[in-house]
Structures are given as structure tokens and as C-alpha cells.
Design a protein around this ligand. Structure first.
Ligand code: GTP
Ligand code: NA
Ligand code: MG
Length: 477
């Protein structure tokens, strides 16, 4: 086909990079929001999807009315930088079309940056580098929201010199990772050489450049992949407890459309679960799909690409990272369930291989739950599957190596405390519940006090693990 009449979907763009490189702040700058300011400890602990409509991109980039934007928008996925959230890096990078790797210009490539680039390389995902925090260069003169070339022109010779050598440093580091790179406005081979876009998430220099580059370069390198098709392609990103709806699943609809009432199949370790979509929700445009945001827009139908919150019965054990399958009227349910079984089988066998450290390339293709429980260990409770996994991962990497005997999503109920009491006779120090971002029900609290189960609560996964390990250390003294 000529390419003029085809309908394109929004490209899915994952933001990766080291802790505090400015991933969330960059998105805030684009959205005119302040998600970063509201994060506990300034740390991202959720994977979030934001839809940026083309009109907003046009406005931010001061594109002339006659200039076309080929894509309807961008679906941007923010990830936490910290290593404990490697599950989210894997999920984000496995479903995105392209990535933005955020690098702090004053730090260069850091540990998590290099890991992210490694992931993208293995999956053959194209990326651009946002060389962020240019306003931190000593003596930088702020030019709010200016295109980067213009902003650089108004800097002193000293600033320009520092800028140049810092860019050269990053180019060398990227070379060590196996990539040729260049400042995007000097890049003559945009298909082979990685584009570097200098930005400031605080004063907005380079933001128009980054957005323009994404909406122009992405359709150019992957027109075929971005062509909208009716066949549903949809991946489960997160399982969340939301007050007014109960258990919900956050999915990324990569292609096709979802309708309220659609019969769907989700994958669980126990097998496929067939259910139907009760509510189809999205955050309002430019708002982020995350847990407990409060207000959602309800839809009858949604077309890809979108971040969607689905309310349905029986989805609490859905495996993040697996496909959600839609059974269209007239389709064979048995066949669809068989496809789901295959999906579960692949996911589980890949994760087992992962445990043995084998076949790394293949395991990188799909990331499912790494939750492994032991007979003796603490009980972990969190508001989302992603944070649950991050806590368990974090506990594992400590020198103490705290095992986990059980876990659950959502508020701490009496039954959870009951389960934790089992440790009182086996290993008393593990008779504990580590609760992240969840309510403790009064009856649960009472039972904990009566029985001697300790409940630990904190607003970041690191603090939660820290207060627990301090407690264990004190016991051992
Ligand atoms: P994690 O999600 O925790 O990995 O961090 P992040 O990469 O999302 O970084 P975040 O947006 O939380 O920013 C970290 C800190 O850097 C915050 O204090 C921001 O205000 C600051 N920051 C981010 N971008 C810029 C920038 O361009 N210039 C300056 N001066 N500060 C920035
Ligand atoms: Na941060
Ligand atoms: Mg962040």
C-alpha cells in the first residue's frame, strides 16, 4: 500500500534509566503535571502509562498547522529506576516499540542505565538517549522550553565547552555498550546511529526536540509495526487493588480494540481464567494510569494503543507479562483457552529457566512473576503485584536474605494475620507482615496484637525492608 491511507496506532515508548536520572520529571515537564513531587521519597514505585495526544505534542513543539504528525499520539510508559524493580524494566521493555533512555548529563551512564541498554539491545528495541539536566551545567542560562540548539547558542563559551566534553564522554560510554551515537541534530544516519537529545526536565530546554524526534523518527523506522490491525494484542502490566472497583488489571493494549462486555481470558499459574470486562477505564488524557489515582474515564470501546484499566471478576491471580486474550463472538472458546495454556506454559517454563540462570536471551522475551515462597519466611502484602515482587526481590538481595512464606494483594485482613501466625512456632522472627501501601483492617490489627505477629508499614519498599531488617538485627543482638 502507498502508506498514505493506512491507519497508524500510537507508538509505545518506554522510559528507562538509572535512579533519579529524571524519568518522571521529564514526563511531568511534558504533561505539565507534578507526579514526581507527590512520590514518597521522590521514588517511582509503579509502572505508569500516559497517553500524549498528537494535539498536545503539536502545541509543545510549536509545529505549524500544516505539518503532519503521522501518529495519533504517544503512549509513554514510566518505570522506576531502582534495581529492585527489574521486573518492571523487563515488562516495559518487552512490550514497547521504542525506548527513551534518560541519562543525567552530570553523571554519565550509570549502573541501571547500562542494564537498561543491555535489555534493549537483547530485544533489538531502538532507543534515543535523553541527556537530561543540562541546566545543571555550571553557568547555564535558562531558556524555558526552547529548542536545544537555540538554548545552546545563548550559553557562554565555558558552558558550551563543558557541554561538548560531557557529550563526548557519553558517546564513548555508549560505544562501550556497543552503540554508535551522535547529537540528533548532527546525526546523518538516524537509522543506525543512536540519537542523543539534550534536555532539561526543570526548565524544558530540548523537550520540543525530544517530542518531535519521537513522532517523526518512530513512524519512519517502523511504519509496518505501527499499522493498526483489528487483532487484539494486549499485555498485562500490573494487578492493582482500587478502592471503588476491587481487583483491577492494568493492561497495555498494543493493537486491536477492547469493548465493555468482551469475554476475555487471563493467564494464571492455575490455568486460564475466562471472565468478561465489567468496566473499561482510562485515566484522563495526559494523566497517568497508576494505582489509586481516583478518577477514571469509563469507555464502551477503546482502540490501541492505550494503557487500560480493566475491572473484571477473577483476575487477581493474572500473571503480569502474559497476554490477555479476547474471545470474539463466534470464536472457539476452547481454542482460545488452549492458546492461553500455551502462554502460561511458556511463561512458567521461561521463568524456571530464569531461576537456573539458563537461556538468558529467551527469558528476556517474557517476564512473569518471580514470586517464590518457602515454608519459613515473612508474609508480604502490597497494593500491586509489581511492588510485591520488588519487595520480595529486595529482601532476597540483602545479606540477611529474608525468605517469604506467603503474600497477598490488597488490605491486610484477619486471614493474612492467621497465615503469619504459623511462623510463631517455626521461626518467631518471621512471624511478621511487611505491608506496603495497604490498609490494615482493625480485626487484623487486633489479632496481630493478641497473637504476637508484628506488622511493619512504610511508604517506600526500601524503608519497609529497612525497618524490618533493623528489627531482625536488634533481635539478634
Ligand atoms: P526514579 O523513578 O526514582 O528512578 O527517578 P527518576 O529517574 O524518575 O528521577 P526523578 O524524576 O524522580 O528526578 C530525580 C531528581 O532529579 C528530582 O529531584 C528532580 O527534581 C531532579 N531532576 C530531574 N530532572 C532534572 C533536570 O533536568 N534538571 C534538574 N536540575 N533537576 C532535575
Ligand atoms: Na526519583
Ligand atoms: Mg521516576
Amino acid at each position: 500500500s502507498s502508506g498514505t491511507d493506512r491507519e497508524l496506532r500510537a507508538p509505545i515508548c518506554c522510559i528507562l534509566g538509572h535512579v533519579d536520572a529524571g524519568k518522571t520529571k521529564l514526563l511531568d515537564c511534558i504533561r505539565h503535571s507534578n507526579v514526581q513531587g507527590g512520590e514518597a521519597g521522590g521514588i517511582t514505585q509503579q509502572i505508569g502509562a500516559t497517553y500524549l495526544p498528537a494535539e498536545n505534542i503539536r502545541e509543545r513543539t510549536s509545529l505549524k498547522a500544516e505539518a503532519t504528525i503521522k501518529v495519533p499520539g504517544l503512549l509513554v510508559i514510566d518505570t522506576p529506576g531502582h534495581q529492585s524493580f527489574s521486573n518492571m524494566h523487563l515488562r516495559g521493555s518487552s512490550l514497547c516499540d521504542v525506548a527513551v533512555v534518560v541519562v543525567d548529563i552530570t553523571q554519565g551512564l550509570e549502573k541501571q542505565t547500562i542494564e537498561s541498554i543491555g535489555l534493549l539491545k537483547r530485544r533489538n528495541v531502538k532507543f534515543v538517549v535523553a541527556l537530561n539536566k543540562v541546566d545543571r551545567l555550571y553557568g547555564w542560562k535558562t531558556c524555558p522550553n526552547a529548542p536545544i540548539v537555540k538554548a545552546l547558542k545563548s550559553q557562554s563559551d565555558d558552558v558550551q565547552r563543558e557541554f561538548k566534553w560531557r557529550v563526548a564522554e557519553v558517546v564513548t560510554q555508549l560505544k562501550d555498550c556497543g552503540f554508535n551515537s551522535a547529537l540528533y541534530y548532527e546525526n546523518k544516519k538516524i537509522k543506525e546511529v543512536v540519537n542523543i537529545v539534550p534536555t532539561s526536565a526543570v526548565s524544558g530546554e530540548g523537550i520540543p526536540d525530544l517530542l518531535l524526534l519521537l513522532v517523526r523518527w518512530v513512524p519512519e523506522i517502523m511504519m509496518e509495526k505501527l499499522t493498526y490491525v483489528d487483532t487484539v494484542e494486549c499485555t498485562v502490566l500490573e494487578i492493582n487493588e482500587v478502592k471503588e472497583f476491587g481487583t483491577t488489571i492494568d493492561v497495555v493494549l498494543i493493537n486491536g480494540a477492547l469493548k465493555k462486555g468482551d469475554q476475555i481470558i487471563v493467564c494464571t499459574k492455575q490455568g486460564p481464567v475466562t471472565t468478561s470486562i465489567r468496566h473499561l477505564l482510562t485515566p484522563y488524557p495526559l494523566k497517568e494510569l497508576r494505582a489509586k489515582q481516583g478518577s477514571y474515564e469509563r469507555h464502551e470501546e477503546l482502540k490501541a494503543a492505550q494503557g487500560v484499566k480493566i475491572v473484571a471478576r477473577g483476575v487477581q491471580h493474572a500473571l503480569a507479562g502474559t497476554s490477555l486474550i479476547v474471545v470474539k463472538p463466534g470464536h472457539d472458546l476452547e481454542q482460545a483457552e488452549a492458546a492461553a495454556m500455551q502462554e502460561i506454559y511458556n511463561a512458567i517454563s521461561l521463568s524456571n529457566e530464569n531461576e537456573r540462570g539458563k537461556n538468558e536471551d529467551e527469558t528476556a522475551i517474557k517476564e512473569i512473576s518471580r514470586i517464590q515462597t518457602c515454608k519459613e519466611g515473612v508474609y508480604v502484602q502490597a497494593s500491586s503485584l509489581g511492588t510485591l515482587e520488588a519487595i520480595i526481590e529486595h529482601l532476597k538481595t540483602l545479606s540477611l536474605n529474608v525468605p517469604v512464606s506467603g503474600c497477598n494483594l490488597g488490605p491486610v485482613h484477619k486471614q493474612d494475620v492467621m497465615k503469619a501466625t504459623a511462623m510463631l512456632k517455626r521461626k518467631e522472627e518471621y512471624a511478621a507482615i511487611l505491608a506496603f501501601d495497604v490498609k490494615v483492617m482493625p480485626e487484623a490489627f487486633e489479632l496481630a496484637v493478641e497473637s504476637g505477629v508484628k506488622i511493619f508499614i512504610a511508604d517506600t519498599v526500601y524503608k519497609l525492608v529497612d525497618i524490618f531488617t533493623d528489627y531482625i538485627k536488634k533481635l539478634k543482638e
